[in-house]
Ligand binder design. Sequence first.
Ligand code: SF4
Ligand code: SF4
Ligand code: SF4
Length: 323
Amino acid sequence: MIRIAIAPLGSCSGCDVAIADIGEDFADLAKIAEIVYWPTGADPKHEDLEAIDYIDITLSHGSIRTSEQEEILKLLRKKSKVMVAFGSCACFGGIPGLVNLSPDRDEVMRTAYESISTDKGEWPSERSKVDGKILTLPKLYNLGHSHDNLVDMDYYVPGCPPVESQIRDLIGVAVAYSKGEELPPKGTVIAGTRALCDECKREKPEKMVIDGFYRPHEKEADPNLCFLAQGIICMGPATRSGCGTRCINANMPCRGCFGPPPGIKDQGSKMLSAITSLLAADKEVELGEEGLRELLERIADPTGTFYRFTLPSAIINRRLDDE
Ligand code: SF4
Ligand code: SF4
Ligand code: SF4
């Protein structure tokens, strides 16, 4: 039996649900593996993890936002022969990584504890009094991190959360490991090997021109036509394939959760370049720089749109100052 750990860090636990959802395939895993650490499935404490002498394969998910999560990630790396970044938060920083757009953690705390939807209570600090006892809490970092920002990782399974076929492929890796067979090369991304547009079946006009931008709720999308041709931002050109066009099949544009396609480091700048090459391609001269800028300004929250899942692993990975 090989030893497996499934470790939620700064996670919404959607990745755990995706693993639990694979149903019968889980039985294949059970034949070869013992799950020695899975806080969502049992209730191990930090001491229990410390007591484990080694782990064969760890799937770690969720981004890293606190000192405690960093400590657990480093402990897992020390004990594990193979570390798998499971899900977009682990691979790229994910949605929690959008915190990097805030200048510091005080802004985050203000948003969480002083917004119109919360009582303006006391912020928890690193030493908080709960039921009369002083508790030392983990330090909340200013920035969000992907796992390979902090430790060396062996494999990547992107997706928010990953889809069934990826989890089955991952089980295949575990089976190969258990038999001592050759494993995929270090750094392998368990997902597709093309851009999502290459596996999308929507009709793409021969000459694609974007002449305005609409948010998905502002327009009823034609379910057969490429979203971009309808002015709805779809991250397909800058996203790795492999999800089976999960969102597009539900008539929603891709939000980019599989991260950049092979060979691309920075998903947001790839998408920006794809959009600008299509923008008013037939009226560029007529509109001039000013007109093009006005069109681009219709994109709501460009950083959050183009880097929704990948900001901590982007080339410029945080807001540097208020400018
Ligand atoms: S990748 Fe998505 S599903 Fe997984 S922990 Fe992050 S937010 Fe949740
Ligand atoms: S941009 Fe979106 S809708 Fe258009 S082809 Fe690519 S994935 Fe499909
Ligand atoms: S369509 Fe895009 S956002 Fe949706 S699952 Fe696929 S990669 Fe993720």
